[in-house]
Design a binder for this molecule. Structure first.
Ligand code: GRF
Length: 225
């Protein structure tokens, strides 16, 4: 059962710019959602500092010090559960999770991925899109399932590939769109508009036939959603 504000835990592995964007969104609309924890599998993750600066609880747990993948994931999610999140957001969390922990969080854990899934699950998405000659690239938010970057899609944002794009340039042009997409997606949860059931992803009570589209220029959902 969700509460107001929605309690959100954010998992990161590195720089944490998506976390930073969520912190800014929380500040811009207080009372809608509250980041109750920022957790990382890298002890020195730079992004944790954004959380500390914002007075948010942090947790850094080194996998090397905690046995098998299943043991580590169990411990990590036990420690996360103490903060009673309604939603867990994987934002640049570079780790495949043990299926054992996913069951308890089904429908309550989302991931942001820098490609138009189902294209380019995994790493090096920008380079792979350029190598394929794609004219469109983008980012996706999806529910987390046991399949890497393969869970049900909630929302996407796209951008046109420019002739002079390099993987780095494409990544940096996409990043602000990712931030906006992720914040808007978390706000869908905060407003209790989205859920996962046996039919798929439901938004406002209707099963999605295709992911919601974020309009990066208008900074709004397309088709009036
Ligand atoms: C983002 O591009 C995210 O989509 C990907 O890793 C990057 C993380 O960036 N999975 P940051 O740590 O949020 O700055």
């Amino acid at each position: 059962m969700s509460r107001f504000p929605l309690r959100v835990a954010v998992l990161i592995s590195g720089r944490g710019s998506n976390l930073q964007a969520l912190i800014a969104a929380q500040r811009a609309a207080p009372g809608r959602f509250e980041i109750v924890l920022a957790a990382s599998n890298r002890v020195g993750a730079a992004g944790l500092r954004h959380a500390e600066d914002a007075g948010i609880a942090t947790l850094a747990l080194d996998p090397a010090a905690h046995g098998s993948r299943a043991d580590y994931d169990r411990l990590l999610f036990e420690r996360i559960a103490v903060h009673t999140p309604d939603l867990i957001v994987l934002a640049g969390f570079m780790r495949i999770l043990d299926p054992g922990v996913l069951i308890a969080w089904q429908g309550k854990m989302i991931n942001i991925h820098p490609s138009l899934l189902p294209k380019y699950a995994g790493l090096h998405t920008h380079r792979r899109a350029l190598e394929a000659g794609d004219t469109q690239h983008g980012a996706s938010v999806h529910f987390v399932s046991a399949e890497l970057d393969g869970g049900p899609l909630i929302a996407q944002v796209d951008l046109l590939v420019a002739p002079d794009d390099t993987p780095e340039r494409l990544a940096s042009r996409l990043l602000p769109l990712e931030h906006a997409l992720l914040c808007a997606s978390v706000e869908l949860f905060a407003d209790q508009r989205v859920a996962l059931d046996a039919q798929g992803v439901r938004v406002d009570g209707k099963t999605l036939q295709a992911p919601m589209q974020w309009d990066g220029t208008r900074r709004a959902w397309m088709h009036g959603a």
